[in-house]
Design a protein around this ligand. Structure first.
Ligand code: BGC
Length: 517
């Protein structure tokens, strides 16, 4: 029996009837292409900023410094302008997501994805045709707006449309696309770095492919029943529910969404509502998950893998090659998560990965600490391979844990009334910390040297302890029943749930004493 005297009308584990229909799978695959664009943007900048043609055109000072090669190994790319190129996208995205919160609520998940697609297309045009730094940055900003809108709408779309028992796996299609986008970008950079002097232009222009895919996807999919019902389109919502679940009797799930949406209608200021005590657990967890995800240090690797491998003494070709390897490991390991997240659960993946990430980071720090001095030319073949293997071990564990779950968990834990606002905060905090790492990493590498990996490993320890004690399991819980089945049962978070009088479970509204109302 649940703790705290609350009654639930369905024993845990019972779920609504639903078939896994082709339409659900196809819709999810289409929507998830929003992740492709995010990944491509993450992956492309590292390679482009190590191309001499690009540096010569936009950052001649960096090129000069690189060619003089008198700088310390750890410091040769330390330039704020260059970092701003990478970071401007994240700054734009974190602002845009608040507008996207409004559109996901009022216009729906689908139209918000469409807006994202249009931003992406215009951004790509600016970037590919850039004649000066201003055009380059404007393009990055437009891409950032696209990221803000897409990362807001896509995870919500996936979590809402998916049948409960495979919700995790379907949501992770977003992250799978992120990783494919990164890998695609790495491969493109590998090829275009040999095309002079306009290879970088091709790299930036090929982002048009994921941009168009998302736009087309958004034109074809239907909106989620939750979003339709939230906007008062009840009949349409029910029809969509029947179609995607592949059954006629959708009444219990429909009623539950209607009730969740009734509660949502009463909320006039979603962001203010988010700050209420009973929304504290979801909010704290969403915010911390994003901070933790970024402080695993993943983007230090993702953005700067080519730069990092260069620093390790690989020549520039080999460094892109290594980035391709980490990219492939990232994609394949995400598949592990798609498969296992609804079987072993979220917590298990995060805890296992914590151990693996910690050990691999410490190993990298030790090798670099002993072997790479400021002006040594080469790490030595064997050691370099060891570093690449350890980096891959780290990336693999991130890819089946913090990568996908950082997006999945916030998108499935907020109640409908704060889901859009909660997702905005999620995206915003994610991008703030992505920005912080992007902006600070090269300077940190220059000052902390190998100890940068010790820094990140300490964070991994902290986040794993947090998961152990404070993160509840959300596997197999219907999305509109999280309050009852998760938060009100948790040893710590249940104390925040005491001011909630009514709730819905399996389509029935019940009072806190368990009576149906
Ligand atoms: C993170 C990104 C990261 C990517 C790597 C995503 O979940 O949000 O910041 O670059 O995973 O695969």
């Amino acid at each position: 029996m649940p703790a705290g005297g609350f009654s639930v009308s369905a024993p845990s584990g019972v779920e609504f009837e639903a078939k896994i229909t082709p339409i659900v799978i196809i819709s999810c695959i289409m929507a998830a292409t929003g992740g492709l664009m995010f990944g491509y943007d993450i992956g492309i900048s590292g390679g482009v900023t190590s191309m001499d043609d690009f540096l010569g055109k936009f950052f001649p000072a960096v090129l000069r410094k690189k060619q003089e090669d008198k700088e310390s190994n750890y410091c040769k790319y330390d330039n704020q302008g260059l970092q701003l190129f990478t970071s401007s996208l994240y700054l734009a995205g974190l602002t845009a997501t608040f507008f996207a919160s409004y559109t996901t609520r009022r216009l729906g998940r689908r139209l918000t994805m469409l807006v994202a697609g249009v931003f992406f297309i215009v951004g790509v045009i600016f970037n590919g045709a850039a004649q000066n730094l201003a055009m380059l940055i404007v393009g990055r900003i437009l891409l950032g707006c696209g990221v803000g809108f897409a990362n807001q709408a896509v995870p919500l779309f996936l979590s809402e449309i998916a049948p409960t028992r495979i919700r995790g796996g379907l949501n992770i299609l977003f992250q799978l696309n992120v990783t494919i986008g990164i890998l695609f970008a790495n491969l493109v950079n590998y090829g275009t770095s040999k095309i002079h002097p306009w290879g970088w232009r091709l790299s930036l222009s090929l982002a048009g492919i994921p941009a168009v895919l998302l736009t087309l996807g958004a034109l074809f999919v239907m909106d989620t029943p939750n979003s339709l019902i939230e906007r008062g389109r009840l009949d349409e919502g029910k029809a969509v529910l029947k179609k995607i679940r592949g059954i006629d009797n959708v009444e219990p799930e429909f009623n539950e969404i209607v009730e969740a949406s009734r509660v949502a209608q009463e909320v006039k200021h979603p962001f203010r509502n988010l700050l209420q005590r009973r929304n504290r657990p979801q909010l704290v967890i969403a915010v911390l998950l994003q901070i933790f995800q970024q402080f695993t240090g993943i983007n230090a690797i993702m953005f700067y893998a080519p730069v990092l491998f260069n620093t390790l003494g690989f020549k520039s070709d080999a460094s892109l090659y290594s980035a391709v390897i980490t990219g492939a490991v990232n994609v394949l390991s995400t598949l592990v998560s798609v498969y296992s997240v609804d079987r072993v659960g979220r917590r298990m993946l995060l805890l296992e990965a914590g151990v693996q990430m910690f050990l691999s980071q410490v190993a990298v720090a030790v090798v670099l600490g002993i072997k790479v001095t400021d002006h040594s030319d080469n790490l030595g073949h064997g050691w370099a391979i060891l570093v690449v293997v350890m980096v891959c071990t780290f990336v693999a564990s991130f890819a089946w844990s913090w990568g996908p779950l950082g997006w999945l968990i916030p998108s499935e834990t907020f109640p409908l009334e704060t889901r859009s606002a909660g997702q905005s905060v999620t995206v915003c905090v994610n991008l703030i910390f992505t920005f912080v790492i992007a902006q600070a990493f090269l300077s940190m590498l220059c000052h902390l040297k190998y100890a940068i990996f010790v820094f990140f490993s300490a964070w991994v320890l902290v986040m794993s302890l947090f998961v152990l004690f404070f993160l509840p399991e959300t596997k197999n819980v219907p999305i509109e029943e999280m309050t009852e089945r998760v938060w009100k049962q948790h040893w710590f978070w249940k104390r925040y749930m005491d001011d909630d009088n009514h709730h819905v479970v399996n389509g029935k509204i019940t009072a806190n004493n368990g009576a149906s109302v």
